[in-house]
Every structure is written in structure tokens, then in C-alpha cells.
Design a protein around this ligand. Structure first.
Ligand SMILES: [Mn+2]
Length: 261
């Protein structure tokens, strides 16, 4: 397993400053968040390519997620969202990342009147992203997201229904398993046991099971020894991407110890 770090914790810093900071942190993998001050463009792609060559690390990209809802029931808004995501896919492909991670859609405010429409649009958008990614030779993965937000895919049962509905298209879609998010609905083991074979990317951060606080590893109530053992059982070879907002250095040390045990 590789030790990875998301740029989420330094998203408030200008991109070049963040890269400089990351240069001093020893990890095997970096997940670049294509958002805000770090939104991908040709200049930032060149800087990242240089860092990859110099440091011999692998990359993944987190798709834009602010104001993004792939299940939007408004055709105009959905058009803008898909345009932004397709731009991210196209730019990310130039980095040849392990995968491109995106969030499932959000339940519509008129969901009760238009039953299942948001669910259907979520499927339609996912298929569209899969086609776009295939055109650019990119592997994509959908992430389990936390309570209490009205996302369509939070629980393992919802993922199972989603994959059933996707049918053959689902074969090319991986899962980013977010351990912190799964802790909030008490399904860490369920995810690994039931859909562990789809997992291509893993996010790690801690919390107390109540809110999605993205704490450092060991700073919440997650039993990391148990988590790493469960992950080892599915023979996962990818990166464990730290998505903590604070105590990043401590998280890296803790995770390094856990992986090597
Ligand atoms: Mn995550």
C-alpha cells in the first residue's frame, strides 16, 4: 500500500506555495484537488509533471466538488456542471493519474414531486462521465459521501442498487472508499466486505462518528488497526490518501507505522 496525501489541507494556499510545502513532505502519492486556487490549467499541469518526475510519486485527481451536483434536475445548471467536470477529465488525463475521483449527485429539492428523477439523472451523468473518461484514457471512481448531506449515494446498499442499475457500464467505474465518511454511517466493514472488489482509491481521515470533521489519523474514534487489517484482506495495492485538514505530519507518521506493521 502506498502512503498518499490530498492537497485538501493546503487548498487555501496559492498553488505554487502548496507545491513547495508538499516538496518537504515524504509521501508516495499525491491527490490533487482540482478546485479553487488549485484548479488545473496548463501551467499547473507542467508544475505537477515536473514534481512527479523529480520525486517518483504517483498521482490521482479529485474532481471539482464545490457547487457541483451531477444529479441536478435543471438542464441549464446540469449542462454547466458537466462542462466543468469534462474539462477536469480532459486536463487530468494529461497527468496520467491512477484515477479521477468524483462525488455522487445530490437529492433535488423537488425530489418528492419528481420521484426518482434525480436518481435517473445521477445514472445518466455517471454514464456520460464514463464515456468522456474513456475517450481520454482515464480511470474514474465515485466516492461514498457522508451524512447528513442529501447525497444519493452514502450507504453501501445505495451503491449496490446504483451498480445494479448501471449494468455493464458499471464495470469501468471504480469506488473511492472514504473511511471517515463510512465511519459516520457505521459501515466501514460493510463497504469493504460487500463492495471491496470495486475499490480503486481510499481516502483516510478521522472523526467521532457525528460530523465529517476530517481530523488527523488517530484524532477521532476510528480503530485504524482494524481498518488497515480489513483493507489488507482485499489485497488493496493502491494509495491510502490522507484527507485530514490538520495534524498532517502526525497522520503521515501514524499511517506509515500502521501500514508497515
Ligand atoms: Mn474523501
Amino acid at each position: 500500500m502506498l502512503l498518499g496525501l490530498s492537497t485538501l489541507f493546503c487548498l487555501g494556499e496559492p498553488f505554487s506555495a502548496a507545491l513547495k510545502r508538499l516538496d518537504k513532505i515524504s509521501v508516495d502519492h499525491i491527490e490533487v484537488v482540482d478546485e479553487g486556487l488549485h484548479a488545473l490549467n496548463s501551467r499547473r499541469i507542467s508544475m505537477l509533471k515536473k514534481a512527479v518526475l523529480e520525486r517518483d510519486i504517483s498521482l490521482s485527481v479529485h474532481a471539482p466538488f464545490a457547487d457541483i451536483n451531477i444529479a441536478s434536475t435543471s438542464p441549464t445548471i446540469r449542462y454547466a456542471i458537466m462542462k466543468r467536470l469534462k474539462k477536469s477529465i480532459k486536463l487530468s488525463a494529461q497527468l496520467d493519474p491512477e484515477c479521477w475521483v468524483f462525488h455522487p449527485g445530490i437529492r433535488s429539492a423537488i425530489s418528492s414531486s419528481l420521484r426518482n428523477l434525480d436518481w435517473e439523472i445521477n445514472l445518466k451523468s455517471t454514464r456520460e462521465l464514463l464515456r468522456e473518461a474513456e475517450r481520454h484514457g482515464l480511470k474514474i471512481a465515485i466516492e461514498n459521501v457522508p451524512e447528513p448531506f442529501p447525497f444519493l449515494l452514502k450507504r453501501v446498499e445505495e451503491f449496490e442498487s446504483f451498480y445494479k442499475a448501471l449494468g455493464i457500464d458499471g464495470l469501468n467505474l471504480g469506488i473511492t472508499f472514504d473511511v471517515g465518511h463510512a465511519n459516520i454511517n457505521g459501515q466501514i466493514n460493510e463497504f469493504i466486505e460487500r463492495i471491496g472488489n470495486k475499490v480503486v482509491n481510499i481516502h483516510v481521515h478521522d472523526n467521532y462518528g457525528g460530523s465529517d470533521s476530517h481530523l488527523g489519523i488517530g484524532f477521532g474514534n476510528i480503530n485504524w488497526v482494524e481498518v488497515i487489517n480489513v483493507i489488507k484482506k482485499i489485497n488493496y495495492k493502491g494509495a491510502l490518501v490522507i484527507e485530514s485538514m490538520n495534524n498532517v505530519e502526525e497522520s503521515i507518521r501514524a499511517l506509515r507505522r500502521l501500514i508497515s506493521e
